[in-house]
Design a protein around this ligand. Structure first.
Ligand SMILES: NC(=O)c1ccc[n+]([C@@H]2O[C@H](COP(=O)([O-])OP(=O)(O)OC[C@H]3O[C@@H](n4cnc5c(N)ncnc54)[C@H](O)[C@@H]3O)[C@@H](O)[C@H]2O)c1
Length: 333
């Protein structure tokens, strides 16, 4: 079933800039009403002024909000003023590897708490009208390389939470669809910090990480804005969607190669066949059917756009080495 954003009331956290701002613009062009929440009051007010001039005063609003502190106060105000919220986009996020608690509070705990509060408001079995919650995970919600362990922990958690709370069984019970978006590297203030080496990671990682990100495919924020609208239209509850390297989500869904990770160079089998992958030589978890057995890459469904709600007993990690010689692990979900 295709969904339509026309006149839907949408709340976007962290919408004053970057990906959240791009989603706001895209949704406004689809005639949604958008409420932007952000910590940054100056930017939020500026952005709303510009968007109101373009789309109309009654289409867009800004509320200053810290997602880690203001849930009760801000959600009460929103529910009172707007009666029914159709869509929540949990987008606010940080990438501060020097503050474990902050990263988990903003990227994970707030996402979970905001989801649960708005899900309660939307639930058809409790008098609500149903709705959609879109959680911003990341490529780093299911890919592991050598960097950003706290960020990855925060985003893996979002994916696990979203796929569970959005599970078909829970969707049937509540009428609340919950889906995740997993962007690859996207140009924003968050990633500018990496390029400027202002990135908040341990000193010992800075040089290697700066080199590593040069191997990534980069995309603009509007690509993620457009993809989010597409996901809103087509996604089943409990699904998650990758948006990587500016490529359309469907295309990513079909490809067995992962452009970001340069999977053209997996570990090679003894035969040297580049179309085969192998369990890691340094003895990673033995998920292969029999240890050391080779699994043809084409036997696996595409890891980059994961839309199945089916139950998978155990994630299946695949290890690769990208062209810079870094080990990269993909978990098929
Ligand atoms: N940029 C990327 O490459 C990339 C890739 C994958 C996922 N993401 C995710 O996309 C989301 C948006 O990131 P972005 O790149 O646009 O970053 P950004 O820094 O440009 O924007 C993040 C916004 O969130 C706001 N924010 C931060 N903490 C907040 C809080 N406690 N309460 C309210 N607002 C808060 C900031 O003020 C800012 O406006 C994040 O969840 C990020 O983890 C980004």
């Amino acid at each position: 079933m295709e969904r339509d954003l026309k006149n839907k009331v949408v709340v976007i956290t962290g919408g004053a800039q970057g990906i959240g701002h791009a989603i706001a613009i895209k949704f406004l062009t689809q005639s949604a009403k958008v409420i932007i929440l952000d910590l940054n009051e100056r930017k939020g007010n500026e952005v709303v002024k510009t968007l109101a001039a373009k789309f109309g005063d009654d289409r867009v609003a800004f509320i200053k909000c810290d997602v880690t502190k203001d849930l009760d106060e801000v959600s009460s105000k929103i529910f009172k003023d707007y009666k029914h919220i159709d869509v929540l986009v949990n987008n606010a996020g940080i990438a501060n590897e020097l503050d474990l608690r902050a990263i988990l509070e903003v990227n994970t705990i707030a996402v979970i708490e905001w989801t649960m509060k708005f899900r309660e408001h939307m639930r058809t079995d409790k008098g609500g009208k149903g709705g959609t919650i879109i959680n911003m995970s990341s490529l780093y919600g299911y890919v592991c390389d050598a960097f950003l362990p706290f960020y990855k922990a925060s985003k893996h958690a979002v994916l696990g939470f979203t796929k569970t709370i959005g599970h078909e069984r829970n969707y049937s019970m509540t009428g609340v669809r919950v889906v995740a978006i997993c962007p690859g590297y996207t140009k924003s203030q968050l990633t500018d910090n990496i390029k400027n080496k202002d990135v908040k990671i341990p000193e010992e990682d800075k040089e290697d990480y700066a080199e590593y990100v040069k191997t990534m495919l980069w995309q603009e924020v509007d690509v993620v804005g457009n993809a989010t609208e597409e996901v809103f239209r087509v996604a089943d509850s409990g699904s998650s969607w990758a948006v990587i390297g500016g490529q359309p989500i469907e295309k990513q869904h079909k490809t067995a190669h992962h452009p970001l990770l340069d999977i053209g160079r997996p570990y090679l089998s003894d035969s040297g066949d580049p179309h085969q992958i192998v369990s890691p030589p340094h003895g990673g978890p033995a998920y292969a059917a029999s240890p050391g057995s080779w699994s043809p890459l084409q036997n696996f469904s595409a890891p980059t756009a994961i839309s199945s709600t089916s139950y998978v007993p155990c994630p299946l990690p695949l290890e690769f080495r990208n062209s810079k010689g870094y080990d990269v692990q993909l978990i098929l979900l």
